[in-house]
Design a protein around this ligand. Structure first.
Ligand SMILES: Cc1ncc(COP(=O)(O)O)c(C=O)c1O
Length: 462
C-alpha cells in the first residue's frame, strides 16, 4: 500500500466513488493509480471515474446503470476512512460504532447446533448437498410460527435466505427495470443502490443529491420520522424499514395502517424490512402482516444478523404471501421462487441448523440476551448525548442513535469525531439527503468500548 502523507485522508476512490463524499470539503486525498493527491488539486472530491490504464481492454462496455452510482457503498467508504485514520494514527485506539456490525459472540446453544451439523457433514448419514432453494421445511415452519403466528402466513410463504440484503437485490431482480420505487429518506442504502443498478432510476441529480425517478419520502423529527403520504407520489414499490436504520424510528400501528392503505389505493407493493423488529420496546407492530390487508400488498424481509450475531454466518428470510399478485394476477411468490432457484441455491445448511437453534426456547432466550446487551449500550449512548445537550432520536426501538448536528455537514461531524476521539460513526447524509446534519452512532460494540467512546464524546463536547 502507498504511504499516505499524514495530513491526508486516504479515500482510495476508484471509479464511481462518492455520492456521499460529493459535498465533503475536508482535506481529502484522491488516488489516481498509485499517486495520492490532496483534494485541493482536484477540486472538492470529484465523483469521476479514474480508470487504471492497462495495456489491454476488453470490448465489453460497462453496465451503464452501475455507472450511474455516484458512490462507493456507504459502509465500505466508512471502513476506508477508518483504515486511513489508522495509517495516520497507528497507535490510536480506534473504536468503531460506525458500520453496524455485531460484536458479541454467538450464544453457544446456537453455535453448538452449527458445529454438530458441520461434523455430521463428514459422515455418510449426516451428509447433505444442495438443499431446497427455499430453505429447509422445519426452519420455514419455525420462522412462521415464531414470527407470524395467527397472521395468516404459511410456512411455504417463507423463503429462507443468506440475509436480508441479498433478498433485497433478488426482489429487485424480480421487479425488473421498469418499476418505480419510493424509499424513506434517510434509509438503508441497499434499496437505492440496487434500484440504480437495476436501471429503475435516471441519473444522479447533484443539486438535490437524489436519483431521478426515485421518490424520496422525507422522514424528519418534525414528521415523527413517518412520511407525509399526502405529498408522496405513486410508485410501484415502496421500501419501508421499521424500526428504521438509520433513524431508529419505528412506525406505529396507525402509521402502518396508513401505509398499507396508501399502497392499496395506488396498487403498489411494500417491501417491508423488519431486520430490527426484535429490538422494539414500544408496543408497535413487529411485522407488516399485523396490519389488516397487508398480505395483498406487502413483502417482508428479515434477518438473524442483528439478533444472533449472524452478520458473518448469513441467514435471513423473506415472506411473500400467496395473496400478493402482480397486475396480471400472477403470484409474486412464484416469480420470487423462480429467481431464488435461478440465482441462489439456498442458504448454507450449517447456517440453517443455527437458525433452527435460534428458534428453540433456549435459542430465543439467548437471542433476547444478546439484544438486551446491545439495548443497554444504546441507553448509554443516548444518555451521553442527551446529557451533552444534543437532540437525540432513535435508540428505543433500534440499536441506532440518531444525533442532530443542526447546520453542520454530516461528513464534517464524522471527520471531527474521528479525528478528535478516534471513534468511527456514520455520517447521516450517507443514508440520503434527509440524513444531512445527522450522525448515526451504532450500539454494536463491546461494553468497555461503548463506555470509553462515550467518555471521549463527553470530553469533545463538554
Ligand atoms: C435495514 C437493514 N436491512 C437489511 C440489512 C442486512 O441484513 P443481512 O445481514 O441479513 O443481509 C441491514 C444490515 O445492516 C439493515 O440495516
Amino acid at each position: 500500500m502507498s504511504v499516505i502523507p499524514n495530513n491526508h485522508v486516504a479515500t482510495s476512490i476508484s471509479s464511481s466513488s462518492c455520492t456521499f463524499l460529493g459535498q465533503h470539503k475536508l482535506s481529502t486525498t484522491i488516488r489516481t493509480k498509485n499517486v495520492w493527491l490532496p483534494a485541493k488539486y482536484t477540486g472538492i472530491c470529484k465523483c469521476v471515474a479514474t480508470p487504471e490504464q492497462t495495456a489491454y481492454t476488453t470490448k465489453v462496455s460497462r453496465n451503464f446503470n452501475i455507472g450511474k452510482l455516484q458512490a462507493g457503498y456507504l459502509f465500505p467508504e466508512v471502513a476506508r476512512r477508518k483504515t486511513a485514520h489508522l495509517l495516520k494514527y497507528p497507535d490510536a485506539q480506534v473504536i468503531s460504532l460506525g458500520i453496524g456490525d455485531t460484536t458479541e459472540p454467538i450464544p453457544e446453544v446456537i453455535t453448538s447446533a452449527m458445529a454438530k451439523k458441520a461434523y455430521a457433514l463428514s459422515t455418510r448419514e449426516g451428509y447433505s448437498g444442495y438443499g431446497a432453494e427455499q430453505g429447509e421445511k422445519p426452519l420455514r415452519a419455525a420462522i412462521c410460527s415464531e414470527y407470524y403466528a395467527n397472521l395468516g402466513i404459511e410456512a411455504d410463504d417463507v423463503f429462507v435466505s443468506d440475509g436480508a440484503k441479498c433478498d433485497i437485490s433478488r426482489l429487485q431482480v424480480v421487479f425488473g427495470s421498469n418499476v418505480t420505487i419510493a424509499v424513506q429518506d434517510p434509509s438503508y442504502p441497499a434499496y437505492v443502490d440496487s434500484s440504480v443498478i437495476m436501471g429503475q432510476t435516471g441519473q444522479y441529480q447533484k443539486d438535490v443529491e437524489k436519483f431521478s425517478n426515485i421518490e424520496y419520502m422525507r422522514c424528519t423529527p418534525e414528521n415523527g420520522f413517518f412520511p407525509d403520504l399526502s405529498t408522496v407520489s405513486r410508485t410501484d414499490i415502496i421500501f419501508f424499514c421499521s424500526p428504521n436504520n438509520p433513524t431508529g424510528a419505528a412506525a406505529s400501528r396507525e402509521q402502518l395502517t396508513q401505509l398499507v392503505q396508501f399502497a392499496k389505493k395506488n396498487g403498489s407493493i411494500i417491501v417491508y424490512d423488519s431486520a430490527y423488529a426484535m429490538y422494539m420496546s414500544d408496543d408497535y407492530p413487529k411485522s407488516i402482516f399485523e396490519i389488516p390487508g397487508a398480505k395483498e400488498v406487502a413483502i417482508e424481509t428479515a434477518s438473524f444478523s442483528k439478533y444472533a450475531g449472524f452478520t458473518g454466518v448469513r441467514l435471513g428470510w423473506t415472506v411473500i404471501p400467496k395473496d400478493l399478485l402482480f397486475s396480471d394476477g400472477f403470484p409474486v411468490a412464484k416469480d420470487f421462487n423462480r429467481i431464488v432457484c435461478t440465482c441462489f441455491n439456498g442458504a448454507s445448511n450449517i447456517s440453517q441448523a443455527g437458525g433452527l437453534a435460534c428458534l428453540t426456547p433456549e435459542g430465543l432466550e439467548a437471542m433476547q440476551e444478546v439484544i438486551g446487551f446491545y439495548k443497554e449500550n444504546t441507553k448509554i449512548i443516548m444518555e451521553t448525548f442527551i446529557s451533552l445537550g444534543f437532540k437525540v432520536y432513535g435508540g428505543k426501538n433500534a440499536p441506532y442513535v440518531w444525533i442532530h448536528f443542526p447546520g453542520q455537514s454530516s461528513w464534517d461531524v464524522f471527520s471531527e469525531i474521528l479525528e478528535k476521539t478516534h471513534v468511527v460513526t456514520t455520517p447521516g447524509s450517507g443514508f440520503g439527503p434527509g440524513g444531512e446534519g445527522f450522525v448515526r452512532v451504532s450500539a454494536f460494540g463491546h461494553r468497555e468500548n461503548v463506555v470509553e467512546a462515550c467518555r471521549r464524546f463527553k470530553q469533545l463536547y463538554k
